[in-house]
Design a protein around this ligand. Structure first.
Ligand code: GDP
Length: 472
């Protein structure tokens, strides 16, 4: 409608032009740049883009060298399944709880901080493997300082081990090798060192630069020495942070908790995070109502390299999103809204992308059908599983596309997006907000909620069969 009035033509003419190239649009739909060019050209107009004066970026203040103090290293353990990652993390978690510290680490929050006997600290990032590590990195979060690559001495360097090594190397993260299960009768640590040498990774005892430690995660043999080597590596990195500034850091994981609302685990990379701070992460924001540590104890603040669970955000930011603390909630809200707007526009742009070959393609394929789905769910895991299954339902005739997926309640903005992109909304273990339901009724957008993944997939599958009928 805006474009029509700028060109002084009727809205129907604009919609008609779009339809003639296979793009179904509504009167209040936002068009991507290419479509605008095309439509404008049709009416004899030239387009020129001026940047909108919105800034969704936050400028980082530089720290003065004098304000920096040493911080704990953040360490990730990666390796092939069954090589002992969990056993190692469990051993470290269970043995390095300082005397008198109430309660063990009771819950899995994706990260935890251990204090060694001499007071030195290490933060462990307990993410589900190198894929998660790289996914976070892709979002701009280089959270890990050092990677422990664990390899079982009764096995060899496996494909997953190679992948983990490649991911650590791509991220420029120094590696320390842990050769595990040396208590086992068939253990052959030299074989592992040889495997590594064959990959051009020479360990120190063989004259190379990589630190390596033989351990038994199960019996606790060599684990202290391993941590010592990790700390040595950390010393060389000279890790520092300024605790006296507003916090920044990364989201480790987020979920929607029935009683507590949105819950996010964060890892502070610089500054100090406090209860009452106004936080923005991705397109979510809010004032921190409460913070907890990995022992589920209430805390008032989290310092550099410390993880914390925070309550009070209005959404579930994605793992790997960076967070910032802003002066006011108002400021946080404004930036979140700008980011949302940009995300929506970009989402539409990629979905409605139009190239010349695409146009002829669409015309040639008169029966072209696309099924767009928006997936909302209670956990990262469920939305990934659902999205993957949906995409796999694609056939030659119908392409299934998950145009947006996120953890959390179905919101008004989801409905708006569904409306604009002709999408189906699928909620797994989540419901729409009252406002979203009202808007959906108004706009005729269908919301489908499920508590069984299989049901959701079956429904979409049969809906597609129906579409296929029409296509035939
Ligand atoms: P993950 O898949 O890498 O997390 O591996 P786990 O920690 O779950 O270990 C896989 C199996 O190896 C389990 O049965 C462990 O008990 C066993 N295991 C792990 N570390 C050792 C070790 O040092 N010695 C022995 N003998 N078994 C171990």
């Amino acid at each position: 409608s805006e474009l029509a009035s700028m060109m002084n033509v009727s809205v129907n003419q604009v919609i008609g032009t779009c339809m003639s190239v296979g793009i179904m649009v509504s009167i209040n739909q936002r068009l991507d740049a290419e479509t605008i060019n095309l439509v404008a050209d049709e009416f004899g107009f030239k387009t020129e883009y001026v940047s909108a004066e919105v800034s969704e970026a936050i400028t980082e203040e530089e720290d003065d060298e004098n304000d920096l103090v040493p911080r704990a290293p953040i360490v990730t353990v990666m390796g092939h399944v069954d090589h002992g990652k969990t056993s190692l993390l469990d051993h470290i978690r269970n043995t390095n709880v300082i005397a008198g510290e109430a309660g063990g680490i009771t819950q899995h929050i994706g990260a935890y901080n251990v204090t060694l006997a001499d007071g030195r600290k290490i933060t462990f990032l307990d993410t589900p493997g190198h894929e998660a590590f790289t996914a976070m990195r892709a979002r701009g979060a280089q959270v890990t300082d050092i990677a422990i690559i664990i390899i079982s001495a009764d096995d060899s360097v496996m494909p997953t081990t190679r992948e983990a090594i490649a991911h650590a190397q791509a991220a420029n993260v120094p590696m320390v090798f842990a050769i595990n299960k040396i208590d086992k009768p068939g253990a052959n640590p030299d074989k592992i060192r040889e495997d590594l040498a064959n990959m051009n990774l020479l360990v120190e005892e063989w004259g190379g630069k990589y630190q390596c430690q033989e351990i038994s995660a199960k019996k606790g043999i060599g684990v202290d020495d391993l941590l010592e080597k990790v700390l040595l590596e950390a010393e060389m990195l000279d890790l520092k942070a300024n605790p006296n500034r507003k916090a920044t850091g990364s989201i480790i994981e987020s979920s929607l908790d029935k009683g507590r609302g949105y819950v996010s685990t964060v890892l502070v990379s610089n500054g100090t995070l406090r209860v009452g701070d106004n936080v923005i992460a991705g397109t979510s924001y809010g004032r921190i109502k409460a913070m907890f540590n990995e022992r589920n104890q209430r805390i008032e603040k989290a310092s550099p390299a410390e993880p914390a669970i925070i309550l009070g955000l209005n959404g579930a930011p994605t793992a790997g999103d960076t967070f910032h603390v802003l002066e006011t909630e108002q400021e946080a809200r404004e930036i979140a809204n700008k980011r949302l707007q940009l995300q929506r526009e970009q989402g539409l742009r990629t979905q409605k992308r139009l190239t010349l070959s695409d146009i002829s393609h669409r015309i040639a394929l008169g029966s072209f059908k696309e099924l767009n789905i928006i997936v909302k769910g209670d956990t990262d895991g469920s939305i990934e599983a659902l999205s993957d299954s949906f995409i796999k339902l694609s056939t030659e005739k119908i392409k299934v596309d998950v145009i947006y997926k996120a953890v959390g309640q179905i919101s008004e903005s989801d409905v708006t997006l569904a409306d604009a992109s002709d999408a189906l909304i699928v909620g797994f273990q989540v419901r729409p907000s009252a406002a979203a339901r009202k808007l959906a009724d108004q706009e005729g957008v269908e919301i489908n909620t499920y508590s069984v993944i299989y049901d959701a997939i079956e429904d979409v599958k049969s809906a597609m069969e129906g579409m296929l009928e029409k296509v035939k």
